[in-house]
Design a protein around this ligand. Structure first.
Ligand code: XIL
Length: 381
């Protein structure tokens, strides 16, 4: 069945793919002139620097066949982080809607953009993305309500007590989740709250309130939309390791307090030279699922250092396929989101010097071996 549809559109694709436009260089989507807090670069990022060329090394064209349809046969959501600005590129927009069943706003719902000034919300860009998703029968993953990065400076300047912080968190979360009530299926309520030394991350939120900001944020989100599934999202927590152990303990503690926590998001920003063990990823997903939590892969990309070679792209393809396999085989996990549509719209080259080629499509929207491997995993079961 799946195979039949795969072959039937091959001929169409070969014609279609020959005239792809070149993707423009990615840039941060908006500059509203909002001053950010000093620690506003993602922890998982390394130095900023020049980006390597996103070379295309595939020998033959690989057809785009609609991952969303293949994944749906397994009740798997297959999504992408999408930048509002890039939707003006028709090829990009067309791929988003034909390949992906869920959409995560890459930046547009972050505090910096959605709440740039005290008491003032900028919902236009988020609204546009939600509208795009709705008109293409895509679900939306809201990202992200409480995060120490991409947080405007006014927050730390105006908030100095626990009371003021919790009041602001409640206002922020209630306003946004309430605005999107019924339109956003899942929220990354809090992002990256565990630090790499395995304690709670030392942020303004934690300094002023301990873990109270978490219960406050989750409760406010649940009150604003009782149907939305609420997640804690973090990176380097895909396998069993000290950081994921800490996240696991935190989840248990929140659940014991009756906090409406429904799932964990495993970001999965991976380095091809430092991949986690897939059996450990599987066990990790299973232990969170055993707590009654959903486990979503929320920001998958697999970066490589330097120019991609056919061999490196092949290894990358295997890694993508292996993760899809684990997700399909594991109870409690039914959602994978890649952090960007194509290598021309990936955060990796901008944030991690000399790394790139992390996504399923290259910088000219051509499917890579990784794409074909995912299709294979979704077709041959
Ligand atoms: C990244 C975006 O992709 C970039 O455009 C932006 O400049 C910085 O943030 N973890 C997250 C995401 O949770 O929100 C980050 O997104 C990548 C790391």
């Amino acid at each position: 069945m799946v195979h039949a549809s795969f072959t039937s559109i091959l001929a169409f694709f070969l014609f279609f793919s020959s005239g792809c436009a070149t993707a423009p260089k990615v840039e941060d989507p908006y500059s509203f002139g909002v001053e950010l807090m000093a620690d506003s670069s993602p922890e998982s990022a390394q130095n900023e620097g020049s980006s390597p060329a996103t070379a295309h090394t595939a020998a033959q064209e690989i057809p785009l066949v609609g991952l969303r349809g293949l994944a749906a046969a397994y009740h798997l959501d297959f999504g992408a982080a999408v930048a509002f600005k890039a939707l003006s590129i028709s090829k990009y927009a067309q791929i988003v809607s034909s390949e992906f069943s869920t959409l995560t706003p890459e930046n547009e719902m972050k505090w910096q953009y959605i709440h740039p000034v005290a008491g003032s919300y900028e919902l236009f860009f988020g609204d546009q993305l939600v509208q795009f998703a709705q008109s293409h029968q895509m679900k939306v993953r809201g990202h992200t309500l409480v995060w120490h990065n991409q947080l405007p400076r006014w927050v730390s300047e105006s908030v100095t007590t626990e009371d003021a912080l919790l009041k602001l968190v409640t206002e922020h979360v209630s306003t946004i989740v309430g605005h999107y009530r019924g339109k956003i299926a899942k929220w990354d309520v809090a992002n990256e709250v565990i630090d790499d030394a395995q304690g709670m991350r030392d942020t303004l939120f934690y300094r002023l309130s301990g873990t109270e900001f978490l219960s406050t944020a989750f409760r406010a989100a649940h009150e604003a939309d009782a149907d939305a599934l609420l997640y804690l999202n973090d990176y380097s927590v895909e396998a069993i390791n000290p950081k994921s152990n800490r996240l696991y303990e935190l989840c248990k503690a929140l659940l014991a307090q009756g906090v409406p926590l429904h799932g964990v998001g495993l970001q999965a920003h991976w380095d091809l030279d430092d991949l986690p063990s897939m059996s450990s990823v599987r066990k990790n997903i299973e232990r969170f699922a055993a707590l009654g939590l959903k486990v979503d892969i929320t920001e998958l990309d697999i970066r490589m250092k330097g120019a991609p070679t056919p061999e490196r792209l092949r290894v990358q393809a295997e890694a993508y396929a292996a993760l899809v396999r684990v997700v399909l085989d594991t109870e409690g996990s039914d959602s994978i989101t890649v952090w960007g549509v194509d290598d021309g719209h990936s955060w990796v080259p901008q944030w991690m010097s000399s790394y790139g080629s992390a996504l399923l499509l290259d910088g000219k929207y051509r499917a890579k071996q990784a794409y074909a491997a995912v299709v294979g995993e979704l077709s041959n079961r």
